[in-house]
Design a protein around this ligand. Structure first.
Ligand code: PEP
Ligand code: MG
Length: 572
């Protein structure tokens, strides 16, 4: 097969060799061997290779991730050279004439079980180290390669079953030119991150890992949602041309970087950016973001093995507020759960993680975590224009409880003599239909709404945002969604409040004209979508879009809405 079709998750064209991020098969048979001395040699050889590999990984991690993160590989090297582990393995090979794979596995399993049963966290972690090291030695014995994205040192396209947000965060932008996955949707967090990293991506291809071999030349066409395997040189040339045209188009949009976003009939809206870390600010500024409309703070908590301290958080929030030099920054409190896991919190596996114990539900229960974050935010508030919002609010009671905790922490800080900004706007994400329906009541108590359509659509249509088999139901332009969005915007305006949107729909070319017509005040999107959206809005009249929106609200299907938008606007 030369073409795979999937979901266009991040724009652009990437051409490079495939790197399969797929765990190899480490299965083997238990066997009796003839020549024990040769088998011990084979084992020692695998150990030697593992040692030099781990040494290289450690050195690389020190440079890329810092000594802290590299310490884990130091621990692995210690296990590898520990005679208490190696001795019994070699004994087993010699005395029981067992093949090296079985001797390694049986000995390691015994130690793992022993450590796991100890009532001591430090020892339990050693079990994990032994498990990791065993895997590496086993791979060398079997002659297969373990995947190791941190060691990629040439331009590649990552091919994977799925990428978690923390896998994505660790991708080295210098070498990873694009990625394609079997599963995932446009609003899975790996897709969202690919957009902010400007890495072309096609997700939900179903068969990428089957169809693509390591080293195949692969084109990821993130504009069309296609993956081309081993194209001819002529085809590669054509893709290069598409890439150049796209770059030229981007250069045109870039001319709008310092302009305000004003429609053809003089209506101003704010185009803000969604960020995951302070590092993303560079992209916000380069792309002319008028603010940060969503700072997903959960990424501060990921890719590490313990909660970030109040001080660490304070530094990150302060950096973002200062970096935005007085422009609005909407920080969302911790939204963990769904596809964003924190292994160190040790939460039980759930049947329906997107409907489970997540975001504000977890924060109201695990108040230490919540209070630490709120204190860090309040302390940072005097360094810029901070607005705080709570994720996944389903009821007014939840909002009131979260607000009360915020007030308590504010009081405490003020009593301690710490500086806190006088006015911090407090809002909520509208991601749950109950909240959209009751928006008129919420609007009396919140300062603003930010509509989280990524979740609002999945909950309204009952279609998992990660599941490509039901992606046909994931319909941002369905009149049912448009009506909910209208209810929220109207409710905010009736109380003199503002309404923004930070779901991916806010940067969607087909949705933007309707949202302008519905009166949305703030559009928050991947930074890389801002200039295109600005160019689009400058050519639209709000009054025309109001009529278009009115028509769309009374339509029956998504297709009708898309057709109506296409005939109402000219795209560039
Ligand atoms: C949303 O649900 O629209 C949203 C912006 O939040 P997240 O994508 O992080 O769930
Ligand atoms: Mg959400």
């Amino acid at each position: 097969m030369t073409f795979l079709h999937g979901i266009a998750a991040s724009n652009g064209i990437a051409i490079a060799k495939a790197y399969r991020l797929v765990e190899p098969d480490l299965s083997f048979e238990k066997m009796t061997i003839e020549d024990a001395a040769a088998e011990v040699d084979r084992f020692r050889n695998a150990m030697k290779k593992s040692k030099s590999e781990l040494g290289a990984i450690r050195d690389r991690a020190k440079v890329d991730l810092g000594a802290d993160k590299a310490a884990i590989f130091e621990a692995h090297l210690l296990v590898l050279t520990d005679p208490e582990l190696n001795g019994p393995i070699e004994d087993k090979i010699q005395s029981e004439k067992m093949n090296a794979e079985s001797a390694l596995k049986e000995t390691a399993d015994m130690f793992i079980m022993m450590f796991e049963q100890m009532d001591n966290d430090y020892m339990k972690e050693r079990a994990a180290d032994i498990r990791d090291v065993t895997k590496r030695v086993l791979a060398h014995l079997l002659g297969v390669q373990l995947v190791n994205p941190s060691m990629i040192a040439e331009e590649v396209i990552i091919v994977a079953e799925d990428l978690t947000p923390s896998d994505t965060a660790q991708l080295n932008r210098q070498f990873v030119k694009g990625f394609t996955t079997n599963i995932g949707g446009r609003t899975s967090h790996s897709a969202i991150m690919a957009r902010s990293m400007e890495i072309p991506a096609v997700v939900g291809t179903k068969t990428a890992t089957e169809a693509i071999n390591n080293g195949d030349l692969v084109v990821v066409d993130g504009l069309k949602g296609e993956v081309h395997i081993n194209p001819t040189p002529e085809q590669v040339e054509q893709y290069r041309k598409v890439h150049e045209d796209y770059e030229a188009q981007k250069a045109e949009w870039a001319k709008l970087v310092n302009e305000a976003t004003i429609s053809a009939d003089n209506h101003h809206v704010e185009l803000a950016a969604n960020i995951g870390t302070p590092k993303d600010l560079k992209g916000v500024i380069e792309n002319g973001g008028e603010g940060v409309g969503l700072y997903r703070t959960e990424f501060l908590y990921m890719g590490r093995d313990q909660l970030p301290t109040e001080e660490e958080q304070f530094e990150s929030y302060k950096a973002v507020l200062e970096g935005m030099t007085g422009k609005p920054v909407v920080v969302r409190t911790l939204d963990i759960g769904g596809d964003k896991e924190l292994p160190y919190l040790d939460l039980p596996k759930e049947m329906n993680p997107f409907l489970g114990f997540r975001a504000i539900r977890l924060c109201l229960e695990e108040q230490d975590i919540f209070r630490t974050q709120l204190r860090a935010l309040l302390r940072a508030s005097s360094y810029g224009n901070l607005k705080i919002m709570f994720p996944m609010i389903a009821t007014l009671d939840e909002f009131r409880a979260a607000k009360a905790i915020l007030e308590e922490e504010k009081q405490k800080l003020q009593t301690e003599g710490q500086k806190v900004a006088d006015k911090i706007e407090l809002g909520i994400m509208v991601e749950i239909p109950s909240t959209a329906v009751l928006a008129d009541q919420f609007a009396k108590e919140v300062d603003f709404f930010s509509i989280g359509t990524n979740d609002l659509i999945q909950y309204t249509m009952a279609a998992d945002r990660m599941n490509q088999r039901v992606s046909y139901l994931y319909q941002p332009y369905n009149p049912s969604i448009l009506r909910l969005v209208k209810m929220v915007i109207d409710a905010a305006h009736a109380e003199g409040k503002w309404a923004g949107m930070c779901g991916e729909m806010a940067g969607d070319e087909t949705a933007v004209p309707i949202l302008l017509g519905l009166g949305l005040d703030e559009f928050s999107m991947s930074a890389t979508s801002i200039l295109r959206a600005r160019s689009l809005i400058k050519n639209l009249k709000k009054s025309d879009m109001e009529m278009l929106a009115q028509k769309a609200l009374n339509m029956q299907t998504t297709t009708q809405v898309v057709d109506a938008v296409n005939s109402a606007i000219t795209r560039n």
